[in-house]
Design a protein around this ligand. Structure first.
Ligand code: NDP
Length: 240
């Protein structure tokens, strides 16, 4: 059935692929971005997907943003919590700002966004929430205490929210992508990237579509028996 799908960070990288996959599956998609207006407008023109600008780390902004999307498109039936950032530095050099920015954006956003849609989903007896975590939330990563902590927190959040809403037709799942070819990974130095690819058994980086296809399936009405699960999409790099 056609739903309204809201994708945070839905204008670039993995989120862009998720937005397109959900549109192809027949849903009406709204994509949220933060500051890259140019990329968001180009994305919107290319795919005829409306874009909305707000900071997912800000609860009030999420409340206003979700209300606007629901006024313009209708009640949100699918939420993909994808927006995320890195502020990589070892803990002994990390500033409080680097810690909290990542925690608020990558983990706080799970609360901020889910809180604004969950009551409606419960009332309507249907909902799909997909949270994008990371391989580094599974295994840890030097230089990413902030990021790994936020991404690991998503697993507990996902399982708890899934249990709270299982009887209401709302499923909540997490995807833990490995390294994918996006702007976030382009920021990794070349020699580090080569060493990472050498550790991936399938021998390549992931693509945004590798993640988006699974996301679209989890968002489908047919995936109603799958909830509280975490799916690794990492080319075999971590089999925890
Ligand atoms: P990108 O950096 O390519 O895109 C990030 C998107 O999130 C952009 O649309 C950006 O908006 C948006 N965004 C960032 N911060 C905010 C905010 N505060 N409020 C609203 N939107 C925001 O990221 P990727 O596609 O690489 O990553 C997507 C998700 O996948 C992230 O959660 C990331 O942690 C996770 N992931 C990525 C991996 C990878 O290898 N790429 C591996 C494992 C997990 P704008 O364009 O305006 O900046």
């Amino acid at each position: 059935m056609k739903r309204i799908a809201l994708v945070t960070g839905g204008t670039r990288g993995i989120g862009e692929a998720v937005s397109i996959a959900l549109q192809r599956a027949g849903h009406d998609v709204a994509a949220v971005y933060h500051s890259n207006e140019e990329a968001a407008c180009a994305f919107s023109d290319r795919h005829r997907i409306p874009v909305f600008r707000w900071d997912v780390a800000d609860y009030d902004a999420c409340a206003q943003g979700v209300a606007l999307v629901e006024r313009e498109l209708g009640p949100v039936g699918i939420l993909v919590n994808n927006a995320g950032i890195t502020r990589d530095v070892t803990l002994h050099k990390m500033t409080p700002a680097q810690w909290w920015e990542v925690i608020h954006t990558n983990l706080g956003s799970m609360f901020n966004m889910s809180r604004r849609v969950i009551e409606g989903m419960r009332e309507r007896g249907h909902g799909r929430i997909v949270n994008i975590s990371s391989i580094n939330g599974r295994k840890g990563q030097a230089g990413q205490c902030n990021y790994a902590a936020a991404k690991a927190g998503i697993f507990g959040f996902t399982k708890s929210l899934a249990l709270e809403n299982a009887k209401r037709g709302v499923t909540v799942n997490a995807i833990a992508p490995g390294y994918c070819d996006t702007a976030m990974v382009a920021a990794v130095p070349q020699d580090v990237l080569q060493a990472i690819v050498a550790q991936i058994p399938v021998g390549r980086l992931g693509t945004p579509d590798d993640v988006a296809r699974l996301c679209a399936f989890l968002a489908d009405d047919a995936a109603g028996f799958i909830t509280g699960a975490t799916f690794d999409v990492n080319g075999g790099q971590y089999l925890g």
